[in-house]
Design a protein around this ligand. Structure first.
Ligand SMILES: [Ca+2]
Ligand SMILES: [Ca+2]
Ligand SMILES: [Ca+2]
Length: 169
């Protein structure tokens, strides 16, 4: 049996309910499921209701959905193979939607997914947990919500790569 933290699920369900009341049109899902870099890619990957902003609830709901679908053996943690397979599934869909054949960039993206796994699975124990994912989600979301209003949108001034480098030093 896999157990995910139920208060989080309840919170997500509530958030989904609230946003469904606020926005009568049905959610259409993200435009760019396999993502990429930058604010546009982030909005494309996580703005499920396509209102131009990503709430923390939207971000968490999609991450949880990905985590659960990636956990094919249902043990509650992601192995490297599970993590990469889930990413590859999304990448395949994106290529299919764009009518593209797998190319050099595709192979590089898969290689990058292996590199990412090594980074996210800090303990190097082959068990990437939902708690580890949430810690990364916190950092990612805060880094993009530069105006600190709790949502990520085009209203958040993005740092240039140069500024980002300086901030990291
Ligand atoms: Ca949204
Ligand atoms: Ca697993
Ligand atoms: Ca913001």
């Amino acid at each position: 049996m896999t157990s995910y933290p139920t208060p989080l699920l309840a919170g997500l369900a509530l958030a989904a309910l609230l946003s469904a009341c606020a926005a009568p049109q049905p959610a259409q899902g993200p435009t760019r499921p396999a993502g990429g870099h930058g604010l546009d890619a982030f909005l494309g990957s996580y703005d499920a209701d396509r209102d131009g902003q990503v709430t923390r609830a939207e971000f968490d709901a999609i991450r949880l959905q990905r985590f659960k679908s990636a956990d094919t053996n249902g043990d509650g943690v992601l192995s490297e193979a599970e993590y990469v397979a889930e990413y590859e599934g999304r990448l395949k869909r994106q290529y299919f939607d764009q009518g593209r054949q797998p190319d050099k960039a595709y192979e590089n993206n898969i290689k990058q997914a292996h590199v990412r796994y090594a980074i996210v699975n800090r303990a190097r124990d082959g068990k990437f947990t939902w708690a580890e994912d949430q810690a990364i989600a916190d950092k990612t979301f805060k880094a993009l919500d530069t105006n600190g209003d709790g949502v990520v949108s085009k209203a958040d001034p993005q740092r240039t790569p140069e500024q980002r480098r300086q901030a990291n030093n």
